[in-house]
Structure formats: C-alpha cells, structure tokens
Design a protein around this ligand. Structure first.
Ligand code: HEM
Length: 456
C-alpha cells in the first residue's frame, strides 16, 4: 500500500521511531507497550496527523489503513462494491507477502462463511444465520443465562473474593453460546480450547484446527440425524441449503465473533460499575436504564476496538488518502466512536444515542445484537443482586486491558465481597441497595450527558 509519511516534528508521543527515515513505517498497532490506554492515545495522535484514515502496521510486514472517522467507517461498511469483505482480494496475500505464521492470518484467513463473503453469497449465508438467531427464545435465553450465572456465583461465593474475568465473564458467554449452538458442556470446553489453539498461531495451531473441525463435524452429523431446538439445527434446515462445510465455518464465525466480545462487554461494564460512582448512581437511581448503561460502555470501550477487514476493489481517494486496489482497511470502531466530528463539544456520548459503531454497520453489522445484549444485561444484573457489597480487590490502577490490536477487554477483575445473597429458589426483585463505590480516581469519569441526570 502507499504509505504517507508523518509530518516533521510531530509530538513527543509520536508512534514513529525517533530518527525514522522519510519512508517511515506505519504506526504499529501491536507490541507490549500498547495496552488499552496507550491505544486510545495513539488513535488521537494518528487522527491529528493523518485525519480520518491512517496508515498502520497490524503485524510485522503487514501494513493497512485504519479507518477512524465515523462518516468514513459508515462508508467503508456500507459500500460493498468499493470495499470487499473477501480476503482473497488482499494484495499482500496475492503477492505472497504474508508469512505463513503471521499472527494476522487466523483473523483474516478466508473461510466459506458469511464474514468473508460479499453480495449474493453473503446474503444467502446471512439469511440462514439471522433466521437461526431470530429463532432464539428470549425468555429461555434469559433463564439459561441466569441459571449459569447463579451457578458460577455460587461456586465462588463462599470465598469472599473472585476474579470476575476468570471466574465469571470468561465462562458465562461460553456456556450460553455453546448451549445455543446445541453443544453439551464438555464438548463446549473442548471446542473452546480448539478454537483458542487454532487462533494461537503456534506450532500447535494445525492440530487444534483439526480438532475443532472434528468436533464441529461431529456436531453437524449428530444434528442432521437428530435435529434439536438449536442454531446448528436451524442452519442445517434453512432453505438457503448451506453445505456441511458452510455450516461448520459459520459456526466457527459465530463462536469466535460472539464469545470474547461478550466477555469483554460484561467485564468492562462490571469494571465501570465498581469504579465509577456517577455511572452507578445513575443506574441505581433510575436515571439511566441498564440498556443505556450498556450502550455507554459500547461507546467508550467497544469490546472489539478494531475489526478486520475490508479490501479496496479499486484505486480511490478515501478519507484523504490514496488507497490502492487490494489494500486492507481495518474498521477502527473505538476511534470512530470517539470521532470529534460526531461527539458533542465535551466529548461525552449522549445517553440513549445508539449511533456508536461497536456492532459495525452496513450489510455485515453484527446479527446477534439482541441476544448479546440480553446475555450481558442478565450477567450484570444477576451479579449486582447476588453480591450487593461487591468492591474492587486491587487498586484501580492495577487493572489492565489485554494487549491486543483487536479486542478491548480486561485481563482480570479481582473483587471482594462479604454478603452473598444466594437464591432461595427465585431471584429477588431489584434491590434498592447497590454496589458502593470505594474509590474515586481519574478513571472514574465515564461522562454521562445530560450531566444533570447524574446525582452525587
Ligand atoms: C452472542 C454473541 C454474538 C454472536 C453470535 C455474534 C455473531 C456475529 C456474526 C456471525 C458476525 C458476522 C456478520 C456478517 O458478516 O454478516 C458478527 C459481526 C460482528 N459482530 Fe457480532 N456476535 C456476537 C456478539 C457481538 C458483540 C457483543 C459485539 C460487540 C459489541 C459484536 C460485534 C460485531 C462486529 C463489530 C461485527 C463485524 C461487523 C462488520 O464486519 O461490519 N458482536 N457477529
């Protein structure tokens, strides 16, 4: 791709190496020093230097464009004729310049699934996936999320402390999603390991990928023989007539796209509840609905901060840059949500406004927004009611975002509590008592608008 140079004398935080030659490399969106907070600063740096579309490096030797403007991101996701979802159009790949062990390949390698298809082929698979998701019974889903949440909370309630990422957020969506796909718990655990191994880009990847294929083929065979009330059976029976291979790869996409994103959404919401008194008191006082609170999290901390990818189908001028046919463009979801062009002067998203791009936009926008929201809302509500005196177990500045160019989530969320309210058969009605903030630090400032709705 054609990479513009940073202007001379850009600020001290400038991501380009000191003394870089005029053909300086694009800013790296990976590396040990790029934790979540550094990424946020980097987006603003890049926006200041390049405008809405900036050259970045996603992995060694892999340059791409990061689309950070809200308007440009809508254009990128809506105009399929200019921006394809099919990685087989990617010039670096076509030219054999992507190393076989590149960490980006598991994210962007082509599969016969909706995420990598355009036009009619995409619509065909999308119809099957959307219809299967639409068949989910909301009441039943809420019941199963709550049951899984109660079980997890009971497993650590006696200890008085827990890591809400490892012991709660990371386990809950997994159980629920495997259940939705029609996988039993044990097979679900094997599947999760296999998916993680496949994406690890290590020497174990090939084995893990074979294991994943075997598990899913086993599931498909079983559901062809004996269909159930699950997504796998719905995909197999859909008039779009997906092949077994297509069903398999669409299941992988749902699993990968749905699991870590929901983990992050739950954990980040809990973090804010624990650390931001304004956020919590708005919620407790009824000034903010749980859904509005969840949307504020999606505005500020979208669970996928950057999403791969689109590929230019022609040379064009876009966002002030010269884009070449086959260039990779990354959806800069977090940066687009923070675009000063669309935020009010104080930079705070307006309560009730859902024009954030956490779920993408256009024909590939996340088809699972409703179930993902229901899972997250139920997970957050259940723990608020069961552990009403929950407090952070470490100083807030010890909480760390995972280091990833893609995912925005916490590595751990240690908490303490003393009085679990365990269920006596039914879940009690919403309690007036709520989590009590123990600390206030500069991080505790997820701004809410209008500010008058936020009591002390
Ligand atoms: C039950 C949980 C979820 C499932 C099963 C799921 C499934 C999917 C699937 C199948 C796609 C591909 C759609 C297509 O290419 O037409 C997708 C895309 C996407 N999902 Fe989800 N998802 C889930 C949760 C989430 C969450 C919690 C977020 C973030 C808040 C999220 C953000 C996205 C984004 C950004 C895209 C890409 C849109 C694009 O490429 O334009 N998803 N999801």
């Amino acid at each position: 791709m054609s990479t513009p140079h940073p202007p001379a004398g850009s600020a001290a935080r400038c991501p380009w190496p000191a003394g870089a030659p005029s053909a300086a490399p694009a800013a790296a969106l990976y590396g040990p020093e790029l934790d979540g907070d550094a990424m946020t600063a980097l987006y603003e740096e890049l926006r200041g230097v390049h405008g809405p579309v900036a050259p970045v490096r996603m992995a060694p030797g892999i340059d791409a464009w990061l689309v950070m403007g809200h308007r440009e991101l809508l254009q990128l996701t809506r105009e399929e004729a200019d921006f394809s979802h099919d990685p087989r159009r990617w010039s670096l790949l076509r030219e054999g310049r992507v190393p076989a062990d590149s960490p980006i390949l598991p994210m962007v390698g082509w599969r016969p699934a909706l995420l990598f298809a355009d036009g009619q082929q995409h619509r065909r698979m999308r119809a099957a996936v959307s219809d299967a998701l639409a068949g989910i019974n909301g009441h039943e889903l809420r019941r199963s999320v709550r049951a899984a949440a109660e079980e997890l909370i009971a497993s650590f309630a006696g200890r008085g402390e827990a890591d809400l990422v490892a012991h709660y957020a990371r386990t809950l969506p997994l159980r629920v999603i495997t259940g939705l796909l029609g996988v039993d718990d044990r097979t679900g655990r094997d599947l999760v390991e296999a998916v993680a191994g496949t994406a690890s880009a290590t020497s174990a990847s090939a084995d893990a990928s074979r294991r994943m294929g075997a598990i899913l083929y086993g599931l498909i065979k079983e559901k062809r023989r004996k269909p159930g009330e699950d997504i796998t059976s719905a995909l197999l029976q859909h008039p779009a007539e997906l092949t077994d291979e297509e069903v398999l790869h669409n299941l992988v996409v749902m699993f990968v796209a749905g699991n870590q994103t929901t983990v992050n959404w739950i954990a980040t919401t809990l973090r804010i509840l624990l650390t931001d008194p304004a956020f919590r008191s708005s919620l407790t006082g009824g000034h903010l609905s749980v859904d509005d609170a969840l949307d504020l999290v999606l505005w500020r901390f979208p669970p996928t901060q950057n999403f791969p990818a689109r590929y230019a189908t022609r040379d064009m001028r876009f966002g002030g840059q010269d884009i070449r046919t086959g260039d990779m463009l990354i959806l800069g979801l977090a940066a687009a949500n923070a675009d000063p062009e669309i935020l009010p002067a104080d930079g705070a998203p307006v309560v009730g406004n859902r024009s954030h791009l956490a779920f993408g936009a256009g024909p590939h926008t996340c088809p699972a927004q409703d179930p993902a929201r229901l899972i997250t809302r139920t997970a957050v509500d259940t723990i608020r009611h069961r552990l009403p005196d929950l407090e952070l177990g470490v100083p807030e500045d010890e909480l760390e975002w995972i280091k990833s160019p893609w995912s925005k989530g916490l590595g751990a969320l240690p908490v303490r509590f003393s009085t679990p309210q365990l269920p006596q058969g039914t879940v009690p009605p919403q309690s007036a008592q709520d989590l009590v903030p123990r600390r206030t630090t500069p991080w505790n400032t997820v701004p809410l608008r209008p500010s008058t709705t936020v009591p002390d």
